[in-house]
Design a protein. Sequence first.
Length: 166
Amino acid sequence: MGDILRCLAEMFESEIPEEHVSQAISDLQEKYQSGDFSFALEKSGGGYQFLTKPAYQSSISILLKHQSQKRLSTAQLETLSIIAYKQPISKSEMEQIRGVNCDYSVHKLLEKELIEITGKSTGLGRPLLYGTSKKFMDYFGINDISDLPQPKDFSPESNEIGEQKD
C-alpha cells in the first residue's frame, strides 16, 4: 500500500488519503470477481497482482508451455527452503545443513530471482549472505515470510527418522 500511496503522491503532487486508495482497490477487486473476467486482483507478495482465476488456469497453462522450464529441482527446493527458514544465511552454512555443495542450486535460484544477496557476514572472509526475494513471495503466493509453515504445522511422523522404539 505504501508504494501505491507514494506513486500517487508523486504523480498528483498531493497526498492521497489511504482510505481512498483502499476503497479503489476494493472496488477493482469486486469488479474483477465477475464472470466477465478471466483474472482477478489479488493481494500477493506484499502488493497486488492481476492473477488468473483458477477456472482458467489449465487453459492458460497449455498456452504457456514455458512454465515447465521454471520448475525447481529437488536440490533447488531444499536449498531454497533452508534459505527461507534461516535467512540471512551464507553458502557455507547451507552446505553444512545439506551436507553437499550448493553452488549450482544457489546460482540457479539467483538466476530465477527467487533469492537475492542481502549483504556480507561480519565473520571470517566476509561471505555473502542470501535471503528470499519478492519474487519468492509471488512464486509461492505468500505475503510475508511469517506465512511459511512453521515446524508446529508439520505432523510429528514426518519429522522422525528411523523406526520408533517401544
